[in-house]
Design a protein around this ligand. Sequence first.
Ligand SMILES: [Zn+2]
Length: 267
Amino acid sequence: MAAVMERLETPTPLRDFPKAPRIEGRGTPESAWRNCPHLGALPVATLEALVPHGHRAVVVAPHPDDEVLGAGGLMAQLAQAGRELLIVPVTDGTASHPGSRRWTPERLAQERPLETVRALTLLGLSRIRLHRLGLPDGGLVAMESALAWQLAPQLRPTDVVITTWRQDGHPDHEATGRACAEACAQSGARLIEMPVWAWHWARPADPRLPWSRACRLPLSPEVEQRKRLAVRAFTSQTRPDPSSEVSCVLPASALARVLRPFEVFFR
Ligand SMILES: [Zn+2]
């Protein structure tokens, strides 16, 4: 499967990110990140430090899969610890396959939320609350204030909100990060950001990454395996679709960057 996926990858820009020219081609290979001294030197965070006991974690994902790509290991550990967790998929991810005959927006609207449920079950999160917002995929910049307005009343002052980084390079990811920051400011909740697409466009030791507030959460081999299976549950994203302008949204090279034995968060 991996070999087929690599063969079908295209070096052309990913067409569903017209406002993010930095996200193109295959991106920085994981082999380069493995030799990044900054990554190796990051302070190690514990689960307790990220989400203290008695505090709820609220994971806000612009598209169904971002929560697992960026924080699947953290969520699996929260589940193992019996912590309270709310997951908020902001869109249903209907814009991932422009021009596809197989993955039409209507079919994606049905399938991607189901992929999320399958992935969360594999992480051990089968009884976790999901609160889908159904906002338009690719349209979150225009909905930023509305998103903050929807999120803020849902948050408690003791919540820890985990979402995509405000400079992640994808307009929806950045708008979601900004909306969460605003909702946290209004509610008193704490914000933790996760890079997702940044691993693609950034370079090792890249000064655009906020290394001074970055930390790494180690994943046990069991949690790492759970995350690996959960990521594979997003079959619309991980399997090639020759009929789409984007032949494979998450090819093997992209998966390698999120299937590390640790996750990185910006505090
Ligand atoms: Zn996304």
